[in-house]
Design a protein around this ligand. Structure first.
Ligand code: T3D
Length: 260
């Protein structure tokens, strides 16, 4: 399935969703936000998809809300967020598959939130992130107030939000906003190669791991221990565990990709 605003490509178990409004640095209008959320749900439901990559066409990742699309809107800000951005971020965090945000260029405003929302964040050398909201006197939304302080601490988060400072790739990696930075020239190939590595890992186990980590972000140690014990039973009862142990004993690499 390919729409105008979201390009869809699947290779080797990796579904790549490309925001496709390059002339606007992939600024988000409602059509893009709703289509992206639908494509994520479709990827979740497709057993041939093991990893989802979100990236941008052209030189930008996502410049946040399309400011040309706001005037005359017959919705409050709250209604708009609840209808578009919040379902998108919830879908990413709740997806039963790893989501890689491949930040090929500038990520601003809600685009920064989207960049931070992935399970794995890969940046191109020329990528940058700006909590740009305060430039137009809006508060950070789409999860930035949740993601950023957990990564950089309250004070740095507040400063980045208050001053709308641009964070380049070197600083982004130092701050823990991304796992890896790749050269611009090879970025898309490097992202695909990384995602294929992830796709070869045990999918059911990664789904449970994501569930456990998500819950642990807001739980006590006691709750996390209980959650681990419950999820470990699901993992231990699955064929992936048997395959892992069998492969270990046979001194061969485990094969976690199989028709189910
Ligand atoms: O419900 C709600 O509505 C609330 C939700 C809010 C969520 C938000 O995301 S609020 C924040 C909205 N985003 C912004 O304020 C970012 C605005 N853009 C910028 O600050 C800069 O464009 C960037 C720092 C992102 C990049 O700067 P630069 O110099 O690399 O590029 P540029 O020249 O400014 O932009 C290139 C083109 O993209 C340009 O169009 P043109 O002149 O070539 O025809 C520019 O107007 C367009 N563009 C960039 N960002 C947006 C945009 N057009 C519409 N909306 C944008 N957000």
């Amino acid at each position: 399935m390919t729409s105008d605003v979201i390009l869809v490509d699947t290779r080797a178990g990796v579904r790549t969703l490309t925001l496709n409004r390059a002339d606007r640095l992939n600024a988000a209008n409602d059509a893009l936000l709703l289509a992206l959320t639908e494509e994520l749900k479709a990827a979740d439901a497709d057993s041939g998809v093991r990893v989802v990559v979100i990236t941008g066409a052209g030189r930008g990742f996502c410049a946040g809300q399309d400011l040309g699309d706001v005037s005359g809107r017959d919705m409050t800000f709250t209604e708009h967020l609840n209808r578009t951005y919040n379902p998108l971020i919830r879908t990413i965090r709740g997806l039963g598959k790893p989501v890689v945000t491949a930040v090929n260029g500038v990520a601003a405003g809600a685009g920064a939130s989207l960049a931070l929302s992935g399970d794995i964040r890969l940046w191109a050398q020329s990528a940058s992130l700006i909590e740009v909201f305060s430039n137009i006197a809006l508060v950070p939304d789409s999860g930035s107030t949740w993601f950023l302080p957990r990564l950089v601490g309250y004070h740095r988060a507040f400063e980045l939000m208050a001053l709308a400072e641009r964070v380049n790739a070197e600083e982004g990696q130092r701050l823990g906003l991304c796992e890896h930075v790749y050269p611009d020239e090879t970025f898309r190939e490097d992202v695909q190669a990384y995602a294929e590595r992830l796709a070869a890992r045990p999918a059911h186990t990664l789904k449970l791991t994501k569930q456990a980590l998500n819950a642990a972000m807001t739980s006590t140690l006691d709750e996390a221990l209980d959650q681990e014990a419950a999820l470990q039973q699901l993992a231990g009862d699955h064929w992936e565990h048997e395959e892992g142990v069998t492969a270990f004993k046979a001194r061969r690499a485990p094969v976690f990709v199989r028709e189910e």
